[in-house]
Design a protein around this ligand. Structure first.
Ligand SMILES: Nc1ncnc2c1ncn2[C@@H]1O[C@H](COP(=O)(O)OP(=O)(O)OP(=O)(O)O)[C@@H](O)[C@H]1O
Ligand SMILES: [Mg+2]
Length: 275
């Protein structure tokens, strides 16, 4: 079965789509037997990529959702296209209503089967779930890994800590990806949120511009001239890709603690609430 990595946020637009695309662009070539990952734009608020790149209205997320509703769930790969910078993606239509319904279908058993494929299928699905809501919880539970994207200010981190995401209900590890400036240290954040892994992703307008180019153009993803964001997501992608073969589900569960309760500290308050 394919590996499912859900990328989402709690609030705002911190960079979920950008992070998912950058992870796909820097996914280790040796992972998944050399198969490239597929980004599935499963944002119930409606997609951006179709309009951004002037893609046709089909195939799209709606085709994947339609496949999910069939007695014999169809294939994900029929809806996959290629973005100009070389990342494979299933894009969503821009409308909220059809996308909300499509995401609801994806979260059903049939939808999960389309995403994960059959026993012998290999590869990785990077699911851009946008803002996490109740509708995607079954997908969070089915995910091998969850990457929660946030900005690094006290307000954003407080939203994460008060969200009540029950990490114990997740089958695999949770990584907090903090986009842009953040005045707190990684260990301060992980201790306060009671999570194992946080990673900083730089604010990098150059990388974003390269990923927005409408014409086909290769991204520089390795070496000292690679954009900083892509160097960072390469590290994160490697960690995500390495995980599967090692941990069992129960070990994975052990790796996580709920992110809803700040760890003991000054009066039990997270560090950003004390400054
Ligand atoms: N690492 C980054 N460096 C520079 N700009 C970024 C970065 N990540 C995101 N952005 C910018 O922030 C804005 C929001 O990013 P993005 O669309 O990826 O967020 P999102 O969480 O998917 O939002 P939405 O809920 O609208 O789908 C965009 O203008 C994007 O270019
Ligand atoms: Mg988005």
């Amino acid at each position: 079965m394919r590996r499912l990595v859900v990328v989402g946020s709690i609030t705002g637009a911190p960079g979920v789509t950008t992070t998912a695309l950058a992870l796909a662009a820097t996914w280790p070539a040796e992972a998944d037997g050399g198969g490239r990952p597929v980004v599935v734009e499963a944002d119930g608020s409606g997609g951006d990529l179709m309009m951004r790149f002037g893609l046709p209205a089909a195939p799209s997320l709606l085709d994947v959702a339609a496949a999910a509703g069939k007695p014999q769930p169809g294939s994900l790969l029929g809806a996959v296209g290629e973005l100009p910078f070389g990342v494979r993606a299933v894009v969503a239509v821009p409308g909220r209503r059809p996308c909300t319904e499509a995401v609801r279908l994806l979260a059903t058993e049939g939808g999960r089967r389309v995403l994960l494929g059959a026993e012998g299928d290999r590869g990785t699905v990077l699911l851009d779930a946008g803002r996490l809501g109740d509708d995607v919880e079954p997908l969070l539970r089915a995910a091998d890994q969850v990457v929660l994207v946030t900005r690094g200010g006290a307000d954003s981190l407080t939203h994460v800590s008060t969200y009540g995401l029950d990490a114990e209900a997740l089958a695999g590890p949770l990584t907090l990806a903090i986009v842009g400036p953040c005045p707190y240290r990684e260990d301060e954040i992980t201790a306060s949120l009671g999570i194992d892994r946080a990673m900083f992703l730089p604010w990098d307008a150059k990388a974003v511009a390269a990923m927005h180019r409408p014409r086909r153009s290769a991204l520089r993803t390795t070496g000292t001239r690679a954009p900083r964001l892509l160097t960072a997501t390469r590290t994160l992608a490697r960690q995500l890709a390495e995980h599967r073969d090692g941990a069992t589900e129960s070990q994975a569960g052990e790796n996580n603690r709920q992110v809803s309760v700040p760890a003991a500290g000054d009066g039990g308050r997270p560090s950003w609430a004390r400054r």
